[in-house]
Design a protein around this ligand. Structure first.
Ligand code: ZN
Length: 88
């Protein structure tokens, strides 16, 4: 028998169609989804937004500042540990 008309063959076609359909929904969702700015939680446009996932340059800079201060803290800890070692 022709494999496509077998029970398994039909099942595979059906599964691929479901996956393709699911992917379509995901793609449409991503295109029309309103993302939320991680800083101010305001809804942001993804289309044509150069600061995404942030709503504006301000929120992007706030986030950058957060990272910078976090790195500074870690660097500070390292310095303290080095000093301790020198003292011993
Ligand atoms: Zn924002």
């Amino acid at each position: 028998m022709f494999p496509l008309f077998g029970k398994e063959g039909l099942g595979e076609i059906y599964l691929t169609q479901i996956i393709a359909f699911a992917l379509d929904i995901i793609i449409w969702y991503l295109i029309f989804m309103k993302a939320k700015c991680p800083i101010c939680k305001k809804e942001t446009e993804w289309e044509g937004n150069e600061f995404r996932p942030f709503c504006s340059e301000r929120c992007k800079l706030i986030d950058l500042g957060k990272w910078a201060s976090e790195e500074y803290r870690i660097a500070g800890k390292k310095d303290e540990e080095d000093k301790k070692k020198e003292e011993e």
